[in-house]
Ligand binder design. Structure first.
Ligand SMILES: *Cc1c(COP(=O)(O)O)cnc(C)c1O
Length: 385
């Protein structure tokens, strides 16, 4: 692959051109999909191609990993078979009895894994309100805390973590900061520039953007000993992405910027329309001036506040479930970050230890005309009330 200099290209250009790489053999602008599981040795027993087996080196990963590392301004990136495979890899890089701090508002399945699996394997886990910096400082166990994990904006209440402040707390404690930046995307936020050590994405969501694959990614600030350990965990554990999925993901990332910008504009408009709706008691969206995390979000996000918001329906849990039943354009489905708008009653999913109120609907805003989405949702709310 011809790696053209990209240092002065804007991130949107890097994404649109997928680094601008051209296939050297065929001059193809869209890359080939490599499906070979194995690579031939040289006659003298060497592997000068640098590849031997697809679990360790998949040529279909090179371009999407390079794009992601460039967008996050990291030293390297790794693709995984899912966001959960990427996230759990970071915790597997720790040692038994290490202490980690995670946020109260976070992706429910990872919280569940931390509390019910990671603890059984010897990690000490504290869940704190990550928006309360004093609480984060109090949770640090000197010499023991090795990782602070956060998610911003955090599912499904969209709590905003002050990344620069939490990075300072982490580093003072000798711990790493890892950030689930799935909802923010590299379009809006670059955690590594704010002091984070690792960024994680569920690439199933915005990075791919079309609700047609499952993938995860990690990006590191430094190609250090911890990163090498994570690479070994992926190689040995085998949580690698398939070649076709890697190709689809690269294709999806080429339109990341216009998709995310359109979703942000739509979400902002919808949030503003719903905050005045008589059937809605709360709107959770970092782009609203009255939202508690707004000032921090305005400081560390550029170009918008994301495509995710949540609302609480005045009539309570049953009214929320009925509202989701009454929409016609929004789709009742889990997940987020696709081009089509999705709505989900989160308490049905999250389980007992979730901070999610029972009357909450989570909205993933796609790239449709926002007025259609507003009208659909408002009539569903009226039909329910
Ligand atoms: C979906 C999601 C995950 C998990 O990713 P998968 O690709 O589904 O494994 C983690 N964090 C956030 C914020 C998510 O939305």
């Amino acid at each position: 692959m011809a790696d053209k200099p990209h240092t002065h290209m804007h991130p949107a250009t890097i994404a649109a051109q997928g680094m601008g790489w051209i296939d050297e053999v065929t001059r193809a602008v869209a890359p080939p999909i490599h499906v070979s599981s194995t690579f031939e040795r040289d006659p003298d027993n060497q592997y000068r191609s640098g590849r031997n087996y697809i679990r360790s080196d998949n040529p279909s990963f090179d371009q999407p990993e390079a794009v992601l590392a460039a967008l996050e301004k990291g030293a390297a990136a790794m693709l995984f078979s899912s966001g959960m495979a990427a996230a759990t890899c970071v915790f597997q890089g720790l040692a038994p009895s290490d202490h980690v701090i995670a946020p109260k508002v976070m992706y429910w399945s990872l919280r569940n894994w931390l509390l019910n699996f990671a603890t059984r394997w010897g990690l000490a886990v504290d869940i704190v309100d990550m928006t309360d910096l004093e609480a984060v400082k109090r949770a640090v166990r000197p010499g023991k805390t090795k990782l602070i994990w956060t998610e911003t904006p955090g599912n499904p209440l969209w709590d905003v973590t002050d990344l620069a402040a939490v990075a300072a707390i982490s580093h003072a404690a000798g711990a790493r900061l890892a950030v689930d930046s799935t909802a923010a995307t590299p379009v809006l936020s670059r955690p590594l520039e704010l002091g984070a050590d690792i960024v994680m994405h569920s690439a199933t969501k915005y990075l791919n953007g079309h609700s047609d694959l499952v993938a995860g990614a990690l990006v590191t600030r430094a190609d250090d000993e911890f990163w090498q350990r994570l690479k070994l965990i992926r190689l040995q554990g085998g949580g690698v992405l398939g070649s076709f999925e890697a190709w689809l993901l690269l294709r999806g990332m080429r339109t990341l910027f216009p998709r995310v910008k359109t979703a942000c504009a739509g979400a902002q408009k919808i949030a503003e329309a719903l905050r005045r709706d008589p059937n809605v008691s709360h709107v959770f969206y970092p782009g609203l001036r009255e939202f508690p995390g707004h000032a921090v979000a305005a400081k560390q996000m550029q170009g918008g506040f994301g495509g995710m918001l949540s609302i609480r329906v005045k009539g309570g849990e049953q009214a929320a479930i009925k509202t989701a039943a009454n929409v016609r354009i929004w789709k009742r489905a889990t997940s987020l970050g696709g081009v089509e708008s999705l709505m989900e009653h989160r308490a049905s999913v999250e389980g007992a230890d979730s901070p999610c109120p029972p009357d909450l609907l989570r909205l993933s805003v796609g790239i449709e005309e926002p007025d259609d989405l507003i009208e659909d949702l408002k009539s569903a709310l009226v039909a329910t009330a």
